[in-house]
Design a protein around this ligand. Structure first.
Ligand SMILES: *Cc1c(COP(=O)(O)O)cnc(C)c1O
Length: 429
């Protein structure tokens, strides 16, 4: 495959955009090489600016669960655009999508829409702090909740007592209120809580981690967190930006049968437009302005185009619930195919999968948290990525990302992907 035009566009982009991209992972820094510039996409395929066709396993990092340029979504946006693109006043469609989301997701009465997953998680934490009148939060190493200051935290020297900034620009003052715990390690969470008795407002986590590859919650982990939260007056926040409207109509809460106190959304809920949302029981949500004291706002929140795309997407998922089973089956088929292809070549690997989220780590040990993900052979992953790309298969350009399967993907596409994987695996060792 040729990438001349992508390469030229990347050079131009770097002159006027930092690193040539508007979000870092797109720049291929982790896997090396230069990013592919996309021209258009349809169903399960990307068409790049050099005329290459790629099978897409990222699907805009999750939103395109029914495939790219899905007709009902596109039509809803086009129709809405003709009536004006933003008003800064209430519109009926906001209530329609809110009511639908509330009907699909367990344990929530009200929802507020924002413009990104970052905003949703940032606002959820503020709400939790306001509601509990406590200041510290617990997050897990390797979980991503967007780029707001409170989340850009790494383990500090006194990990049990406080974290440290992991980006310049995040203050020590902010870092001291974010406590880091180990994913899938309830004892560690208990230690952190005990060392900060009565000070913790919330625990936030990805109920299935998708930002260190795909890492499922260990048996009893989510239930254990629910109990610890109950015992210590802590709110449990499920960041369902990836898992919401993907693992089940009601997301991870429904799949695992564990209730969170606040849930955040993004990705699928916007059907590919910039949408995030956070939701909870009425007593918590009514703590928000304008009826409650916790401030949160947005000029373009509930934007009509974004709401039209989201409503079309959720309506499709709600009315055709067999989609969830269909994508799970396809992902299972992919899982088995990849497993066979890599085993045949004697490559050491671990495949984690929950529903339509899947990832490959080149490690013979179980990958259960950030440390085990980081200990995998990520050089080998980079070769794997570029090998697949050369065969027309586009997976996430980092070992620390999950793949997202869309329903437009066919079994023939998966067979072609597995064949590509077989070819690539031969050169991996
Ligand atoms: C993508 C993601 C976010 C951030 O959403 P943005 O829309 O990129 O701001 C937050 N949490 C999780 C789990 C995500 O996967």
């Amino acid at each position: 495959m040729k990438y001349q035009r992508s390469s030229a566009l990347f050079k131009e982009a770097q002159k006027v955009i930092p690193g040539g991209v508007n979000s870092p992972v797109r720049a291929f820094k982790s896997v090396g090489g230069e990013p592919v510039f996309v021209e258009k996409a349809k169903g399960a395929y990307l068409f790049d600016v050099d005329g290459n066709q790629l099978i897409d396993y990222i699907n805009s990092w999750g939103p395109m669960i029914l495939g790219h340029a899905h007709k009902p979504v596109v039509e809803a946006v086009v129709e809405k655009a003709q009536k004006g693109t933003s008003f800064g006043m209430p519109t009926e469609i906001e209530t329609e999508i809110a009511a639908l989301a509330v009907s699909m997701v367990p344990n929530i009465d009200k929802i507020r829409f924002v413009n990104s997953g970052t905003e949703a998680c940032m606002s959820a934490v503020r709400l939790a702090r306001g509601y509990t009148k406590k200041e510290k939060i617990i997050k897990f190493s390797g979980c991503y909740h967007g780029h707001s200051d409170s989340f850009l935290i790494q383990a500090g020297s006194g990990a049990i007592t406080f974290g440290a900034p992991n980006s310049p620009g995040v203050t020590q003052g902010t870092a001291k209120d974010t406590l880091l715990a180990k994913y899938n390690d309830l004892n560690n969470v208990k230690e952190v809580i005990d060392a900060n008795k009565g000070e913790i407002a919330c625990i936030i986590l990805e109920p299935v981690a998708g930002n260190m590859g795909c890492i499922p919650p260990a048996e009893g982990f989510l239930e254990g967190l629910r109990m610890l939260c109950n015992e210590n007056d802590i709110l449990l926040i499920f960041d369902e930006v990836m898992t919401g409207f993907r693992l089940a109509p009601g997301g991870a809460q429904e799949l695992f049968g564990v209730d969170a106190d606040i849930v955040t959304f993004g990705k699928v809920i916007g059907g590919g437009l910039p949408v995030g949302a956070f939701a909870a029981r009425a007593e918590i949500m009514d703590y928000l302005a304008p009826i409650g004291p916790v401030y949160q706002a947005g000029t373009l929140s509930g934007n009509p185009l974004a709401m039209a795309a989201g409503l079309a997407m959720l309506t499709e998922l709600n009315e055709n619930r067999s989609v969830f089973e269909s994508i799970n089956k396809k992902t299972e088929y992919l899982h088995k195919g990849l497993e066979a292809a890599l085993s045949a070549e004697g490559v050491a690997f671990t495949i984690n999968r929950v529903g339509s989220m899947i990832s490959v780590h080149f490690s013979s040990n179980p990958v259960i948290d950030f440390t085990s993900a980081a200990n995998a052979n990520n050089e080998m992953f980079n070769k794997f990525f570029h090998g697949l790309l050369a065969e027309g298969v586009y997976i996430a350009p980092s070992a620390f990302e999950t793949w997202f399967i869309c329903d437009a993907l066919t079994y023939e596409d998966i067979d072609a992907t597995v064949a590509a994987c077989k070819k690539v695996a031969k050169d991996l060792k």
